[in-house]
Design a protein. Structure first.
Length: 583
């Protein structure tokens, strides 16, 4: 007889009984004393599997977008091109496929075990769980309710009459998800939106006739205004969108996407994708078009420039519509690991849909539209303290299960991305530095990993900040900036020549073209892949850090690295104007 395990997907529901538990991830906040449990080995802890799965999923996604685009063309009685649909739904199609495939593989691993599973879940209303827009999806996909709902749909599809998984449903409202929906749907109703609406009404005739659409450029307000004025036009803006209309379940049941696969996972996608599709692509398709018209954006732009298009419903729709009519789309990198990670969907997608793609200095050998430009974001404006005394370490806020594939997924669930390396670094730091100089900065939001709580439990006496200190003030007091992961922060601190140390345990997630540049940083003790060596370097250089940082070879190395990955373009706005005008 098979042993029965309690499969814990939603740990907010109490599980009675003495049966052994199996958790689907290691980030449960607290376990009871003497609790008998195991943790499912995460399938993407294997980086080779992640790489192969990404290639497969991208190939499948591109075919899916083409098929879905044809179906939506027929439904909406339009004839949009494949580029239109890739721009509009490509990012969402990736997220949907990834979210399903991730859980599909976990369930497959459970199915291989010689056990049966009891599973407690809330009983969800299908209508409540349908997403309105990609903005809303980006705000909800990390929630326990959303994750549990996807698990239930997959299990019921794969094991409709099998005792392998026994689900017990609780009549309990998914209040977390519903409350988040309400919060974000009221997001755009403040004083700022009233002022912006008034501005649009006053200048509507001018705004709609402008030749260039500068939308979410990530330049900062000052430079965004400057660029628009250099183009002899007024600034315009586009908000997020969290609600269109109520979903029509009958429509979703009757609209069918032709299934062209014999693969069980792909069968699920083809069968369920219309049910899961955001209203912005189906019932609210025409409503979104009207919303965009009411924003008084340029009606016939020659060029669109943006650096923040991903998961932005109205912006994606506007770009898709206008490039269909001949507009040129220029996208810029806004930060993150673009150009560094070996696997990076957002980069691949954005370079695919854009005519020109502006990077922080790097090139992409298989994409002619990728152009080195420099950091687009505003430079950190700070006055360096005469006696900086902080060792500032930034901890990212990560989701348990991602909606887009990037290389670092492979080291999150085994805690080799943040927790274990950081703890090892801190345990080897000089006690005086650790207790008097170290400040750990956390994001305000928790997406399920409980980063702040984990560090607070382990190091209650270390100074911590949850974005209460202004970033410029923090940087001015920083002696050494420590980034225990690859992200935007260390690129910006290197670009302003702030003493910086970077850590990454597994360098195989760095793309081959970038590895030699990290090796350069390693030789001058900026980049480390060994926690003890990093801690010892801080201990040994803390009191004479200038001797290390101001050395000629280090400064030359930083300059070489920044020229490729964090270039400071002193003529940024003038050069942007030329690119937009195609001069």
């Amino acid at each position: 007889m098979r042993e029965v395990l309690n499969l814990v997907v939603d740990d907010s529901l109490n599980i009675n009984g003495d049966d052994k538990k199996i958790y689907i991830h290691p980030f449960k906040r607290k376990t009871k004393k003497n609790e008998n449990f195991v943790i499912l080995n995460y399938h993407w802890n294997d980086y080779n599997k992640l790489s192969k799965d990404y290639i497969y999923l991208e190939k499948f996604r591109l075919k899916l977008v083409s098929n879905l685009g044809q179906t939506l063309n027929n439904f909406h009685k339009v004839k949009y091109s494949n580029r239109f649909w890739e721009t509009l739904i490509g990012g969402w199609a990736h997220s949907f496929c990834i979210m399903i495939f991730d859980r599909w593989e976990m369930i497959s691993d459970l199915n291989k075990m010689n056990n049966n599973f009891n599973l407690n879940l809330k009983k969800y209303s299908d209508k409540d769980m349908i997403i309105q827009t990609i903005d809303e999806l980006n705000s909800l996909n990390y929630l326990n309710d959303f994750n549990s709902y996807l698990f239930s749909k997959i299990i019921n599809f794969r094991f409709p009459s099998n005792n392998k998984f026994f689900i017990k449903y609780f009549e309990k409202e998914p209040s977390e998800l519903i409350n988040e929906k309400k919060k974000f749907r009221n997001f755009n109703r403040g004083k700022k939106s009233i002022i912006v609406d008034f501005y649009r009404r006053i200048f509507s005739k001018i705004l709609t006739k402008q030749k260039y659409a500068i939308l979410r450029p990530y330049l900062g307000i000052k430079d965004e205004f400057k660029l628009n004025f250099m183009l002899k036009q007024l600034p315009c803006s586009i908000p997020n969108n969290y609600f269109n209309c109520e979903p029509d379940l009958d429509l979703r049941s009757n609209l069918i996407l032709e299934n062209k696969s014999k693969n069980d996972f792909e069968n699920f996608i083809y069968k369920k994708i219309i049910f899961f599709i955001p209203t912005s692509f189906l019932e609210g398709f025409n409503l979104e078009k009207k919303k965009i018209e009411n924003l008084k954006l340029p009606r016939n732009p020659i060029t669109i420039f943006s650096s923040n298009i991903f998961a932005k419903s109205l912006l994606c729709r506007y770009c898709a519509e206008k490039i269909e009519n001949g507009a040129k789309l220029i996208l810029g990198v806004h930060g993150g690991c673009y150009g560094h990670f070996d696997i990076h969907f957002s980069e691949d997608h954005e370079t695919r849909i854009s005519d020109v793609y502006l990077t922080w200095g790097w090139k992409k050998k298989d994409r002619d539209n990728v152009k080195p430009f420099g950091i687009i974001r505003p430079k950190t404006n700070f006055k360096r303290s005469k006696k900086p005394d902080l060792l500032t370490m930034i901890i990212p806020a990560k989701k348990i299960f991602t909606e887009r594939i990037e290389s670092d997924i492979a080291f999150k669930h085994n805690k080799k991305l943040i927790f274990d390396p950081c703890f090892k670094i801190l345990n080897n730091l000089n006690e005086k530095i650790k207790n008097e100089n170290l400040l750990i900065r956390f994001y305000n939001r928790n997406f399920g990993l409980f980063e702040y709580e984990e560090f607070e439990d382990k190091y209650p006496n270390i100074k911590k900040d949850k974005h209460k200190i202004k970033y410029n003030d923090l940087i001015s007091q920083t002696r050494i900036f420590l980034s225990p992961y690859l992200g935007t922060g260390y690129l910006e601190t290197l670009s302003i020549n702030l003493p910086t140390i970077i850590f990454l345990k597994k360098t195989d997630i760095i793309r081959d073209e970038a590895k030699p540049h990290y090796e350069m940083l390693k030789k001058v003790n900026i980049f480390f892949d060994d926690e003890i060596k990093l801690a010892n370097h801080i201990n040994n250089t803390w009191n004479n850090y200038s001797e290390w940082w101001d050395s000629k070879i280090l400064q030359e190395t930083v300059k070489k690295f920044c020229n490729i990955y964090a270039y400071t373009n002193n003529n940024k706005i003038r050069d942007l104007k030329k690119i937009i005008l195609n001069k």
